[in-house]
Design a protein around this ligand. Structure first.
Ligand SMILES: NC(=O)c1ccc[n+]([C@@H]2O[C@H](COP(=O)([O-])OP(=O)(O)OC[C@H]3O[C@@H](n4cnc5c(N)ncnc54)[C@H](O)[C@@H]3O)[C@@H](O)[C@H]2O)c1
Ligand SMILES: [Zn+2]
Length: 346
């Protein structure tokens, strides 16, 4: 899988398409991104026959009914295996477009053009594609790698502030699991990142993608090392789910998850107080931690027990063990988790 990361690299798309020999393109995007960028994209690829599918923005679109309706549109356009699907948008668009590409006619080539920080550093790298089903996120899907990802940080200029925070959750996670220098660089440049400094955004995107790619290359099908990418996610997912997926976006929930999970690591003496305080002080400025009450804690722990890393109903957590390093612990004491969520230390 090739990844091009630059400021302005969207213009390299036509060069790549020429090499691929494709004549037909099918663009999948959402309404917000389409309004902002479709004209620009059309300008770059105007020599091709193309179809366009525009989703309603948001997670609700990541459904089987959307997929069916895209299949119908592809059939109507006579899309065949010589065509290429282009996904232009955030993680929702990327996950659906990739899923459609992986299944329509047993697989079409597809190119990812991620437009959110989260999609650039996370969802467009790693080949996981899919949809939500039966009330569960990402319940149906597969592994299907795009033939190219074009990661152009210019798109981030129009991204709302909360969506930057969302992507930063993953960037900070890469720092804490793999490269403490990236964590430091990101927290030290926070203001510039929110101000849209392209050089700094390019640096954090490049470093994050390199880490995700290295981890994924060593464990393409998520059976070993890749689990470290779950740091902050076990508690983060349970918070996201208990608030009905509306109150916090994914990255915000992951930021909270990293705070509570680091506190658990501190309680277990895996990290010293200085490191815990550093993580806490830096992250609490992005999302305010909560002191959960008894009922909430029960719900959160119940949800954590459903996590796929677990064996039986023991809770497995990825926890920090030193600066920029984490390990998977298969059976973390529930009482410690509850104590962390109570938040007396906040
Ligand atoms: N496949 C994976 O490995 C993987 C990893 C992480 C997350 N995900 C999935 O990603 C999804 C979340 O992705 P997301 O956070 O990108 O959300 P999203 O795709 O919903 O995009 C967030 C919002 O930003 C808007 N937007 C996108 N690009 C924009 C731009 N450049 N300027 C202005 N607005 C823009 C969108 O229209 C949307 O309203 C979830 O469904 C999650 O499950 C997948
Ligand atoms: Zn995540």
């Amino acid at each position: 899988m090739d990844i091009i990361i630059k400021n302005g690299c969207i213009h390299e798309l036509d060069k790549h398409l020429e090499h691929s020999g494709a004549t037909k393109l099918y663009i999948i995007t959402d309404d917000n991104v389409g309004r902002l960028y479709m004209d620009k994209l059309k300008g770059i690829i105007d020599d091709y026959t193309m179809g366009i599918y525009i989703l309603t923005p948001g997670e609700e679109s990541k459904s089987i009914s959307t997929v069916l309706s895209i299949y119908d549109a592809l059939i109507e356009q006579n899309m065949d295996r010589n065509g290429i699907i282009l996904s232009l948008g955030g993680g929702v668009v990327g996950d659906i477009a990739g899923f459609v590409a992986s299944t329509y006619m047993r697989g079409l080539k597809y190119i990812q053009i991620p437009t959110t920080l989260l999609a650039q550093v996370d969802s467009s790298v790693g080949g996981k594609v899919g949809i939500d089903y039966g009330g569960y996120k990402n319940m149906v899907g597969s592994f299907y790698f795009p033939e190219l990802s074009i990661v152009d940080v210019q798109f981030l200029k129009t991204l709302p502030r909360r969506e930057i925070t969302c992507g930063l959750g993953e960037v900070l996670k890469y720092g804490l699991i793999w490269d403490y220098g990236l964590f430091k660089y990101t927290v030290d440049n926070m203001k510039n990142i929110y101000d849209g400094d392209m050089d700094i955004l390019l640096e954090i995107v490049e470093r994050s993608v390199a880490i995700k790619k290295e981890v994924v290359d060593k464990d393409r099908y998520d059976i070993g090392l890749r689990r470290i990418l779950n740091f902050g996610h076990t508690i983060g997912h349970s918070i996201e789910a208990c608030y009905g997926f509306t109150h916090y976006n994914h990255g915000e929930a992951v930021i909270l998850g990293m705070i509570y999970e680091s506190n658990i690591a501190y309680q277990m003496n895996l990290i010293d107080e200085g490191y815990f305080e550093e993580i806490y002080e830096r992250l609490k400025g992005l999302v305010e931690p909560i002191k959960f009450d008894k009922d909430d804690i029960e719900k959160l722990i119940h949800r954590m027990k459903m996590d796929k890393k677990n064996i039986k109903d023991r809770i497995a957590l990825v926890l920090p063990v030193s600066r920029g390093k984490v390990k998977l612990f298969m059976d973390v004491n529930e009482w410690l988790i509850a104590k962390s969520l109570e938040g007396e230390w906040i």
